[in-house]
Write a protein that binds this ligand. Structure first.
Ligand code: ATP
Ligand code: MG
Length: 382
């Protein structure tokens, strides 16, 4: 591999992996552009690691192709794909010190000692390990071990790096720091990174684009903003965001639609319509301007904001409010929402319905005018 490794595109074309009766990866296609940070996100068992391992060549594809810079590498052994990998278990050699661990691969590839030393010095400085080169892995903290694993991947100077949950063994603070470090390193070296995680916060904060997987299939693929703003399915809506989007059935009642709290909107929507509202889109409102009337069940104070669990009909929804709130269980909480923050889905197909959403948003836009003319009443009972 030349030292001036250029960023490379990675593509999967309908890749497939079957274990007995389990279709672990079901015709997944994607393309990571050169220098892109692409996150593979999804719940446990959805096929993230298997997809990554097929790209690396650690698993054979049962169908489809893997391409690097447009070249089919599906039948090449891992070493000939010139890809680095960082795993959740750092897989360091316990009997080798930090320096030896980092350059192990270079030694195997018979890179001359002078060049090895130069690259080691550069990479160690880059990840902040210059002071610890003599230590054994057992003498390092979790974060330092993670840096050794990163350094080992980076020193190879491969244009593509695959990472499988590399931060899951670290505590929350360190994980945050390492996220930023990895992202900075990736941009500085313009590596193409495929990064696996089940943590949507990690995906949203690191990714150029996210591929959300569900049961071996691509559920949605796009920028973090697009997954957050325009979830195409209820699965995406309830996977992205913390707490995730509230999804409430809209109960049909004759020609109109009964809101979950008993209010009524005169519009024609089928029985399967689901209303989606993000916790941060719900705002306390005057009763006459409210979309929903709820009863507070619990309040979770998080510092910068609080998440209120509120009961509406048989459902519970989450409301994110700034700072500390004075609400108590049993309090009444009237809530409004800007019409543009509403989402609509079909409970049968589980897909987004923008046509229904438009009907609903128009009706909701009418609410604040109702009764508002006879002056302001007492504020919400909360
Ligand atoms: N070697 C294997 N033999 C049989 N089944 C396997 C094997 N590896 C994975 N699977 C199955 O394939 C599916 C996908 O597994 P995979 O490890 O890719 O999931 P994942 O998304 O990485 O999950 P996690 O977040 O838990 O790591 C699972 O149902 C898993 O049980
Ligand atoms: Mg996995």
């Amino acid at each position: 591999m030349s030292r001036e490794a250029k960023a490379a595109a990675v593509e999967a074309e309908q890749v497939r992996k079957v274990w007995g009766k389990t279709v672990a990866v079901d015709d997944v296609s994607f393309r990571a552009e050169p220098g892109e940070f692409l996150v593979l996100l999804g719940p446990s068992g959805c096929g993230k690691s298997t997809t990554l391992r097929m790209v690396a060549g650690l698993e054979e594809v049962d169908g489809g192709r893997v391409l690097i810079q447009g070249r089919d590498v599906s039948r090449l052994p891992p070493a000939e794909r010139h890809i680095s990998m960082v795993f959740q278990s750092y897989a360091l050699f316990p009997h080798l010190n930090v320096a030896e661990n980092i350059v192990f691969g270079l030694k195997v590839r018979k890179v001359p000692k002078a060049e090895r030393d130069e690259r080691l010095a550069q990479v160690a400085a880059l990840v902040g390990l210059s002071e610890h080169l003599d230590r054994k892995p057992a003498q390092l903290s979790g974060g330092q071990r993670q840096r050794v694993a990163l350094a080992r991947a980076v020193v190879a100077e491969h244009p593509i790096c695959l990472m499988d949950e590399p931060l899951s063994n670290l505590d929350a603070k360190l994980r945050n720091e390492m996220r930023q470090e990895i992202r900075a390193l990736q941009q500085r070296l313009s590596m193409t990174v495929l990064y696996v995680t089940h943590d949507q916060t990690e995906a949203m904060s690191m990714a150029d684009r996210v591929m959300l997987l569900n049961a071996g299939k691509v559920e949605q693929f796009g920028t973090p903003d697009s997954l957050y703003d325009i979830p195409e399915t209820t699965f995406t809506a309830s996977f992205i965001g913390s707490p995730p989007m509230n999804l409430l059935p809209l109960l049909p009642d004759g020609g109109g639609v009964r809101l979950p709290d008993g209010g009524r909107l005169e519009l024609e929507l089928p029985a399967s319509a689901i209303l989606g509202i993000r916790p941060e889109a719900l705002k306390p409102a005057q009763p006459e301007a409210a979309l929903l009337t709820t009863e507070v069940r619990a309040v979770e104070y998080l510092g910068a904001d609080s998440v209120v669990a509120a009961k509406v009909g048989d459902d519970e929804l989450a409301v994110r409010m700034p700072g500390r709130v004075s609400l108590r269980p049993g309090d009444r909480l009237d809530l409004a929402c800007d019409p543009e923050d509403l989402h609509c889905f079909d409970a049968v197909s589980k897909r987004r319905r923008d046509d229904w959403r438009a009907l609903l948003a128009d009706a909701v836009a009418e609410i604040p005018s109702r009764g508002a003319s006879d002056g302001r009443r007492e504020g919400p009972a909360a």
